[in-house]
Write a protein that binds this ligand. Structure first.
Ligand SMILES: C[S@@+](CC[C@H](N)C(=O)[O-])C[C@H]1O[C@@H](n2cnc3c(N)ncnc32)[C@H](O)[C@@H]1O
Length: 295
């Protein structure tokens, strides 16, 4: 397949901001402002790789855990960010073609500029995982690392992946789950009951329900727990900001948080300080190998 690079803008009339704000969500669905997701990650692109060590670790584990050696054709990386996973897939399986798809144009522009590691062979597409501009049964396999938790409606995204996969095609997916950043969440909850300050991550049952609703079958599932340690809460929040993983919940406070509330949150977080003198941040990641049944 010839290497053609494509960066497509959203279709005219697709207004992410209004979609994010106005859509009625069924109970339990994570409420996310997609326009903020796209702009935060777009701005983060230049520095994302310098702090994405957990994302890299998990991506490498995923690709080792679920091999793509039996796949021929086009592999889709959903929420590809700077394109690490897509590029790794091409490094490990040079005969495959790869399409990196992301909602943040800034991420794709950065990914496209990097010509190392066969990056020039990846195609790039700017689109929403919940509305894939791809034909039915056109994708041999899909991967998605640390991305689909940003979809307000995970089952929409999984239904879309199901639609575009060939029968028997697999989706290798990781996403942080409910308990992730629980220390930060609890500290904010104690300091400020009016607003959400931390992104919501879907719980395991919800993810399993959404997988089933999308029509995909679980071949294998795994949980990965990691704890990162920081000298201070500022170090943690700076890292989240550098990753582009800022609070995009619709219930966030759009004005400045008061200094007193912020200081309260810091004081609550101190209660988690460990014997190593550092503050912990928990990550609970779910990994799945999913399949579109052949019948
Ligand atoms: C934490 S980054 C992960 C990037 C990459 N997969 C990696 O492993 O480094 C999450 C990515 O998902 C993208 N994303 C979030 N919501 C999306 C959506 N609805 N459709 C497509 N991409 C989305 C973001 O723009 C961001 O680049």
């Amino acid at each position: 397949m010839r290497a053609v690079q494509v960066v497509r803008r959203m279709d005219e009339g697709e207004n992410l901001e209004s979609e994010g704000r106005l859509e009625q969500k069924p109970e339990g669905v994570v409420q996310v402002d997609k326009s903020r997701v796209a702009s935060s990650f777009g701005r983060a692109a230049e520095r994302y790789d310098s702090v994405a060590y957990l994302q890299r670790l998990v991506a490498d584990q995923l690709l080792e855990w679920a091999q793509l050696s039996d796949v021929t054709g086009l592999v889709l990386d959903v929420g590809c960010g700077t394109g690490y996973v897509a590029k790794q897939v091409l490094r490990d399986y040079p005969a495959l073609a790869c399409l990196g798809l992301d909602i943040a144009e800034g991420m794709l522009q950065y990914a496209q500029r990097d010509q190392s590691n066969d990056a020039g062979k990846v195609h790039w597409l700017c689109a929403d995982a919940e509305r894939l501009p791809l034909a039915d049964s056109s994708i041999a396999a899909a991967v998605s690392n640390f991305a689909l938790q940003w979809c307000p409606n995970l089952s929409n995204a999984l239904t879309e992946v199901f639609r575009v996969l060939v029968p028997g095609g697999r989706l290798l997916m990781t996403l942080p789950a409910h308990d992730t950043l629980r220390e930060l969440k609890e500290s904010w909850r104690r300091a400020d009951t009016s607003y959400s300050h931390v992104n919501e991550f879907p719980d395991e049952e919800r993810v399993l329900r959404d997988i089933a609703a999308g029509g995909l079958r679980v071949r294998r599932a795994a949980r990965i727990s990691r704890c990162a340690y920081y000298p201070s809460v500022v170090d943690l929040t700076m890292e989240l900001k550098t990753l582009g993983a800022q609070n995009a919940t619709l219930g966030r406070n759009r004005a400045m948080t008061s200094k007193r509330r912020y200081q309260d949150m810091l004081a609550h977080y101190e209660r988690f300080r460990c014997a190593n003198g550092k503050l912990p941040a928990t990550w609970r990641i779910l990994a799945f190998e999913l399949e579109k049944p052949r019948d």
